[in-house]
Design a protein around this ligand. Sequence first.
Ligand code: SF4
Length: 100
Amino acid sequence: MNQTATTQRQNKEYSATNQAPPETTQPWMADGLCRDHAPGMFFPSDGVGVDKARRICGECPVKEQCREYALTYRIEHGVWGGTSERERRRILRDRRLAAT
Ligand code: SF4
């Protein structure tokens, strides 16, 4: 993910969640395939858009780091690491349950 795309995504994300941003860039973001796509593509408004973003993420060499970043910072909106908002909520819930 290039610096501009990263910043645009994060600005959109944090303005949506009203949370303080974590570190704005991570080394792995430079290798994200989304660097060649409009940031809005990763904030789809429907399932078709989610599937399009997921397909790109599926080929991305940093999808694991991206998904964990979104999970760590509780990023609610957008497709990160090939996961939708709903999927990340499910992963977090499953992890909480597994920890109890
Ligand atoms: S996994 Fe998807 S959102 Fe994350 S860096 Fe790769 S292409 Fe971008």
